[in-house]
Write a protein that binds this ligand. Sequence first.
Ligand code: AMP
Ligand code: MG
Length: 424
Amino acid sequence: MSAALPSYDEAAAIVSAQALEAAHRTPQIERVELHPALGRILAQPLHADTDQPPFARSTRDGFACRASEASTHNFLQLAGASRAGDAPAGPLPEGHAWEIMTGAPIPPGADSVLMIEHVETSGDMVRLLPPRTIKPGENIVEQGAQARKGDELLPVGSTMHAAQIALAATCGHAALDVFRKPRVAILTTGDELVPVSSTPGPGQIRNSNAPMLAALVKSAGAEPWVLPTTADTAEALDAALAVAVEADLLLISGGVSAGKFDIVEPALARAGARFHFTGVRIQPGKPLVFGDTSLSRADTDQNQNGTKCYFFGLPGNPVSSAVTFLLFAARVLGALSGSRDSGPRFALARLATGSGKPGKSDLTRFLPAFCTFSASLGQLPEVELVPWAGSGDLAALARSNCFLVVPEDAGRLEAGSIVRILLP
Ligand code: AMP
Ligand code: MG
């Protein structure tokens, strides 16, 4: 049965192909100020409004000079002084030096800056201490060395982190055009679920997936839209889906396994779904469902993606939901956001202790693990499995900071072996 299911790589390729298609539809654009631009996706390329830096400037406190003169070690007379914020001054007369502070414009005629730590001063005279010499260009950043006026500094689709925000500020942008965040409906299903504020009765549990998925969606730069929890009946699900498909992406938690009350797939089919896969050879997360559906109504105001709503039916177990979100839903979400850089992030690490007995051989496994990133030079980060009691073990998930990837057909992974990890 499971042999007919796509492998992790095959499923990832299917999701990537759909994500590429989704990326062709440009999201709507809105203008935001610089601070709220954090995490947003740039909708217009960012250009340099002037040369960067706008003038040749000193990178040191010291003395601007001609390198050939300073390297003779003769004393040079001071002809002036400039500090950061001063207008460019000069020119520098021959045989002279110019006192200068970090960030100040270089006086014309000077080709280098002596560091204050490398000179001897005497009254208004300064000389480079032998045996040190200096070459033209030292301790100067030339005008336009970082960028020329009009250069594209950031392309459309860049994520605005701290450095990108600083770059926008330096180019004079107090506000930026960014893509509207995709709206992600979160629909949790299950008769056993009670709200967080309730005390569960016999056989009941609190709904932890709704806040977890909302947090994952927010971390991915999208807008969570948490819908009321739905009972495991066809009627309830049909009614919920009719509303939920107005989103750009729909995450349905629970109800996709093979049990009697796993009624999500038939409900999606009734809602006109096209399924791209129904199950993947991974653990946890094997029952994952991926597809898209069209809106029956013309009103696409809330949906940025034309009439299409992508959906994932995530297995209800918390670890399964988290892993399948990171592996697959994040990729589609990135595309819907207009991001250039989305999808699961993997890294290499060294396994600290062996992986225990091998699991089922035809599944790629993603096991909660903890990676210590303080690697010294030439050493990979060390990763260790977090003991867990299966895909419902939220406590293990919360103690982990990554997932160890165990390839299909891998036997026991030995301590010291190089492994892949999935990063959150
Ligand atoms: P299901 O995928 O609906 O078969 O659920 C698999 C397991 O995940 C069951 O033990 C459920 O009780 C649990 N589960 C389902 N939905 C949630 C949720 N929203 N929060 C926490 N656990 C859940
Ligand atoms: Mg269920």
